[in-house]
Design a protein. Structure first.
Length: 207
């Protein structure tokens, strides 16, 4: 644990105590397990950065983060790169009727940087169904970048609804609900330094 930073277990205990943590009826007895520690994440990010630095040697990629989830991973990744880069961000929105998602994804906040002729590396926290990234790649390819690659911190391959393969992946994970290191549950837990599985002991699916 970082003495000045957050310790995942005590943070979660504190949140439950102070906020009477109730993630919803289906998750009322939240239980957690650390899937990837801060140290394991640091080591994997360093490996990814080394690989990306080799691949982009002599180049200055535009690193595009997808808000909100990617911001912590992207901050660590770009500081570990051995090549210079520029940064920009997009936010995506899925559209539908009422609470039913149509699966249609559009850009909410667009890039502020033209990408034609530039090397673009999209950075994402997690690939789940693949809808977000396959759509974003389709949109950005039309702007004719010199190259377009994707680096995803986590990959839940068994959840794919559309085919999508990231060029760089931090960790492949099973179909469990994970939080921390930028990933949220109802906007909570993004700040946790470890990646944790959020489960329920009441459903017998807990950890
Ligand atoms: C999450 C995640 C990815 C997307 C992946 O974003 O950050 O962007 O879902 O899902 P997909 O592969 O099924 O499309 P979310 O909409 O939860 O927003 P957030 O980044 O603000 O957490």
């Amino acid at each position: 644990m970082d003495r000045r930073g957050h310790d995942t277990a005590s943070c979660l205990r504190g949140i439950k105590r102070r906020q009477r943590f109730s993630p919803g009826a289906e998750m009322r007895e939240a239980a957690t397990e650390i899937l990837f520690t801060k140290g394991a994440i640091e080591r994997r990010v360093a490996e990814l950065a080394a690989q990306i630095s080799r691949d982009y040697k002599g180049k200055e990629p535009l690193v595009v983060g997808i808000l909100n989830g990617a911001f912590i991973f992207m901050a660590d990744l770009i500081r570990a790169l051995a090549v210079p880069c520029r940064v920009d961000f997009v936010r995506l929105a899925s559209y539908g009727t009422g609470s039913v998602s149509s699966g249609e994804i559009r850009i909410g906040k667009d890039l502020e940087t033209p990408i034609a002729g530039h090397d673009v590396l999209i950075v994402e926290d997690i690939v789940d169904t693949g809808l977000t990234l396959s759509r974003l790649v389709e949109i950005l390819q039309k702007r004719q970048p010199a190259s377009l690659k994707v680096c995803a911190f986590l990959d839940k391959r068994e959840r794919r609804r559309v085919p999508f393969t990231a060029d760089y992946v931090g960790f492949s994970i099973p179909d469990r609900f994970v939080v921390g290191y930028g990933l949220d549950y109802n906007e909570k837990f993004r700040f946790l330094p470890d990646v944790c599985v959020l489960g329920t002991s009441s459903e017998g699916e807990g950890i």
